[in-house]
Design a protein around this ligand. Structure first.
Ligand code: MET
Ligand SMILES: [Zn+2]
Length: 771
């Protein structure tokens, strides 16, 4: 190991790190300009050149805005046309062969073409941002195929702005990649570290030649549990990159975020990198570490302004943290805890928010103001040292836990009550909730908001949509119907709009993936349900048919996960408040005669802590909230839940603990891979693994559906199996939906015939087990 003296102290002529910075900035544009530009290019309404110009304008606007706000040396290369992990793969030429012939290779990887499916997409750590998963194999020929980071530096310089380019760190890049199909057993992308480091070295040289002082290497993967082998990779990477002569490379700032560095801290501290970034919001435990002093030779970029929420920073707490760190590190500068990618652009555009709430908020631009203000305050009182790790004012200890309501009867008892009450055929066919959202409904909603149509007119239009969906399901012969959710703009926002304690923003968009953005509601106060929300629509839908229509609610965990949540109460207490509001809705639906109620939890896994040690506690609160919301259901009321976006197998124990009578999960999209997990066999309640991938316009043919269903029937007893799509049908057209559901019903009829024997025998089993 070639321990190298710290560059900053040895070569004091190298420029110091700016006293205030941010790790990244939203890229979608204050009015979602990037979304419009992308969609126009994808629809063939504009050229790639026009798209590139739109990107350039957005970058220019960002650098000008940040400079105007007073931020010196803002970051560059935080912009992306789709995703920064994809950019990195593209830059390294990690392009699987099947995409090389595409007209636009970059977007072929992101979105697929007529001939090839896109690369897989998955969640970026515990955020609601999704990245494209690179495929790396022994055959991947890495080279510096694109110099986007260098170009952006030059582009900013032309505007008179010098920037700090941000790169995805090589270790995190490889840890987030998957082995390409056909890689030998035991191969992992990390085995290619040395080759990747060769390209990073070349890139660092190019950046140095461009006059870059500092480069930021993002390594968020280091805050999750890491094996010894992975920690060795960290050491190898930063020994090698840091080992380049300082005339050949910029100074290195390795930023960690979304948690605490754990075992990676001493490794990084020992490497010849000049600055290390700490997340002092979620990774605050680092302050209590004895080995904090190992950072003495480095610049610590202190992430004291939280980048994941929209609350104003408590400046005194942050200052105490900075002052405490000063005694431990070579130099301390002020930063956000992570990129501001996860918050909306600017609070100034929100005219409608209650002024009292507004005062508590800070969006990206306000957070930039906070880092600058903190740097000023910090510089103004340099000798005011804090000697003990400061304790942040934490949420009040929760008011004594409100009692957990009584549980439902055991599942076997409920199953019998429900079978008698519902009298469903074997392999019941259902859907997940939403039907195609037509342009008409969206237009009507906009018109209602603008005061152009009356409430009555809007209600009539929504009812017509409900009737259309119900009639179609009846005609096609589905067994459990849905009302189609035409009244909902979004499954979380709709509830937030009808509950007390939430505020909705006008422009608070946050990128979810590519051109997709969400506008998370702000959960700022005590949550309460002033009046029933869904009961009127449910009653109307049920009045149209003799078949059961499912009541459709969003679960407490998903509502919390997809909102910005108050931090002045413990998360657990917030979960319970939301759960109580949903519980009231479940009770009212049941009283209105609804016999099946679905409480969706697609985001169950979203907030799962990155470190295993913290996961059990979270899951127990999440599960507790779900059960609190649903346990008001009588035995004969069938509770469904639905999950998507993540391998259900990963959280199977938690799903099981939700104790829903029926769980529908995404499965067709991954060719029912979820069923390969041995744990699936032990699943003891109703399960509907999707047989129709709703993410694509493709209509699955009958044999394809029977094939998937047969796979399901090999894993689970037939009397537990439901037949349904992967997720809601909102983004599909009525033509596609009609064709797909027709095939699903036909396939199910075939299966019912062949599995008759199976069914009668498993019925017997169940009867026996209930006694
Ligand atoms: C992201 S899960 C969506 C569930 C919802 N009930 C729907 O069908 O749209
Ligand atoms: Zn779903």
């Amino acid at each position: 190991m070639t321990a190298r003296p710290n560059a900053v102290s040895t070569f004091p002529t190298f420029p110091a790190f700016p006293s205030a910075t941010i790790l990244g900035y939203p890229r979608i544009g204050p009015r979602r300009e990037l979304k419009r530009a992308l969609e126009s290019y994808w629809n063939g309404r504009s050229s790639r050149d026009e798209l590139n110009s739109a990107g350039r304008r957005l970058r220019e606007a960002t650098w000008r805005r940040l400079t105007d706000l007073g931020l010196a040396e803002p970051p560059s290369n935080t912009f992306s046309l789709y995703d920064h992990v994809l950019d990195t793969a593209f830059m390294l030429d990690a392009v699987p062969a099947r995409y090389r012939a595409a007209d636009d290779v970059y977007f072929a990887m992101a979105r697929g073409t007529d001939d090839v499916a896109p690369l897989r997409m998955t969640k970026w750590f515990d955020t609601n941002y999704h990245y494209i998963v690179p495929e790396i194999g022994p055959e991947t020929a890495f080279r510096l195929a694109d110099d986007k980071p260098v170009r952006e530096v030059a582009e900013a310089r032309e505007l008179g702005v010098s920037t700090r380019p941000v790169l995805l760190g090589p270790v995190t890049f490889l840890l987030l990649s998957q082995a390409s199909a056909g890689s030998p057993a035991g191969f992992t992308p990390l085995h290619r570290l040395n080759d990747v480091l060769g390209v990073y070295s070349e890139l660092l040289r190019a950046l140095a030649a461009e006059g870059v002082d500092w480069v930021q290497l993002d390594e968020p993967a280091l805050v999750a549990d890491r094996s010894d082998e992975e920690l060795v990779a960290v050491r190898v990477a930063y020994e090698r990159l840091g080992g380049l002569d300082l005339t050949e490379r910029p100074q290195l700032f390795v930023s960690s975020y979304f948690g605490e560095l754990g075992a990676a801290l001493p490794v990084l501290a020992d490497c010849p990198v000049e600055a290390i970034g700490l997340d002092l919001d979620r990774g605050r435990d680092v302050l209590a570490r004895r080995d904090l002093a190992s950072l003495a030779g480095k610049t610590v970029v202190a992430g004291v302004v939280p980048g994941r929420n929209i609350w104003r920073t408590h400046l005194n707490d942050a200052l105490d943290t900075l002052r405490y760190l000063r005694g431990k590190a070579g130099d301390v500068t002020v930063s956000t805890s992570c990129s501001l990618l996860h918050v909306p652009h600017d609070l100034e555009s929100e005219d409608d928010l209650d002024p009292a709430l507004r005062k508590r908020l800070a969006f990206a631009d306000q957070k930039v103001g906070e880092v600058i203000e903190l740097a000023r305050l910090f510089a103004a009182a340099p000798d005011d040292a804090v000697t003990a790790p400061p304790v942040r004012q934490r949420p009040q200890a929760s008011s004594p836990d409100s009692a957990q309501p009584a549980e439902r009867s055991p599942y076997p008892v409920r199953a019998v009550a429900q079978a008698e009450h519902l009298r469903l055929p074997p392999l019941p066919v259902t859907t997940i909730g939403s039907f195609p959202q037509t342009g008409d409904v969206r237009a009507a909603r906009a018109a209602l908001a603008a005061g152009e149509i009356s409430e009555e007119r809007y209600e009539a239009l929504v009812k017509a949509e409900i009737e259309r969906a119900v009639r179609l399901q009846e005609r096609l012969g589905l067994d459990v119907l849905v009302h189609g959710e035409p009244e909902r703009n979004d499954m979380v926002q709709y509830f937030a709009e009808h509950l007390d304690g939430f505020a909705i923003t006008r422009h608070g968009w946050v990128q979810s993936y590519g051109s997709r953005c969400t506008r998370p509601p702000i959960l700022h106060g005590d949550v309460d349900r002033p009046a029933p929300i869904t009961v009127g629509w449910a009653r109307y839908a049920q009045s149209l048919t003799g078949k059961p229509v499912k009541g459709m609610l969003t679960g407490p965990v998903t509502i919390v996960a997809w909102s910005f949540v108050r931090e002045d109460r413990p998360l657990r207490a917030v979960f319970d408040q939301v759960a109580d509001a949903i519980r009231a809705e479940v009770a009212d639906l049941q009283d209105a005669g609804v016999s099946i109620i679905q409480v969706d939890e697609p985001a169950l896994r979203e907030l799962l802590p990155l470190r295993r040690a913290d996961q059990a506690a979270y899951l127990s609160w999440a599960v507790g909230a779900y059960r609190r919301a649903t346990s008001v259901a009588a035995d004969r009321t069938q509770i469904h839940t639905h999950l998507c976006y993540s391998d259900a197998a990963e959280v199977l124990t938690a799903i099981d603990a939700l104790d829903a009578d029926v769980t529908t999960i995404e499965s067709a999209r991954s060719n029912a891979r979820v069923l390969d997990d041995p744990a699936m066999k032990g699943f003891a309640r109703g399960l509907g693994p999707g047989v129709y991938d709703i993410h694509s316009p493709r209509v699955p043919a009958v044999p394809e559906i029977t094939g998937l269903a047969e796979k399901i029937l090999r894993v689970l007893p037939a009397d537990q199996v439901w037949i349904n799509p992967d997720c809601g049908l909102k983004t599909r057209t009525y033509d596609q939906v009609e064709a797909a559901l027709t095939n699903i019903v036909t396939a199910t009829a075939e299966l019912r015939e062949v599995s008759e024997v199976l069914l009668s025998s498993s019925d017997n089993c169940r009867d026996r087990s209930v006694g």
